[in-house]
Design a protein around this ligand. Structure first.
Ligand SMILES: N[C@@H](CCC(=O)N[C@@H](CS)C(=O)NCC(=O)O)C(=O)O
Length: 255
């Protein structure tokens, strides 16, 4: 996996120095590569070249035995969910609010337009992806019955096709260049091979397939794209999950 931009600590001598962990300008992401919501934030940080620290906090289901959840994360994450971001002494949870907050707090290479109407337009499209694409995507890998997986796969295909209509007139989802809408869809693209292995059978509209390639070539895309090993880990994890659910269901059926 390519690592997120990490601040070198070698030359810093005081906690107050800008960008140092715990300093006033420090940006720290508590997240994990397997979490699509965290990946949205990692994409934005890398795409915007915002130096940051990463504290790996795997989702509960993916935590290795004995993993100690950092106290700071427990204290500041309202729902115990990743991603959580700290800037200086302030914290934000929830990927969409985090993406907006990062725009307000850092001006370089914005992923939202400066005008209110343009901003609202991009955020509406980002929220649409969150609402229409994410539930069927999650339904594919958390699906345990063939019929449910097929339904999620069809719904995901349909949502991506509708999203593809936004690409009729341009290369990007919500403007002349990459925006927060790309940050929200990239984790879906980055795990697409894994989704196929777990039962996604849809064919991508050619516009969406080309958009996926464009996103992968962005600095943010290449920073978060999954390696073959990450795809395998994801697929194996959900195959094991399905086997466990199937085992407990057949036990119940026998008793
Ligand atoms: N709406 C949240 C969802 C975040 C979320 O569901 N995160 C998952 C991991 S992908 C999580 O932390 N779940 C709690 C847990 O694993 O204990 C967002 O957009 O950031």
């Amino acid at each position: 996996m390519r690592q997120a931009v990490r601040v070198s600590m070698a030359s810093t001598s005081t906690r107050e120095r800008a960008g140092e962990r715990g300093g006033p300008d420090d940006v720290t992401l508590f997240g994990h590569w397997i979490c699509p919501f965290s990946v949205r934030v990692s994409f934005a940080l890398a795409q915007r070249e915002i130096p940051h620290h990463v504290v790996d906090v795997p989702p509960t289901a993916a935590r290795p035995k004995g993993f100690v959840v950092p106290e700071e994360f427990v204290a500041h994450s309202p729902k115990g969910e990743i991603p959580l971001v700290r800037i200086g002494t302030e914290y934000r949870a929830d990927s969409l609010p985090i993406l907006e907050w990062l725009e307000d707090r850092r001006s370089a290479s914005p992923l939202l337009p400066g005008d209110a109407a343009g901003r609202a337009f991009v955020l509406e499209r980002a929220a649409w992806i969150d609402r229409e694409v994410f539930p069927p995507m999650i339904g594919v890998y958390y699906g345990t019955r063939t019929d449910a997986i097929e339904r999620s796969s069809a719904a995901l295909t349909d949502a991506l096709e509708r999203m593809g209509q936004w690409l009729v007139d341009g290369s990007w989802l919500a403007g002349p260049g990459p925006t927060v809408a790309e940050a929200v869809i990239v984790p879906v693209y980055a795990r697409l091979e894994g989704l196929v292995a777990l039962g996604f059978t849809g064919r991508l509209d050619h516009r969406v397939a080309e958009h996926l390639e464009r996103c992968r070539d962005l600095p943010g895309g290449s920073a978060v794209w999954w390696t073959a090993a990450q795809t395998d880990e994801f697929v194996n994890r959900f195959e094991r999950y399905r086997a466990i659910v199937a085992g407990s269901t057949s036990d119940q059926a026998e008793t």
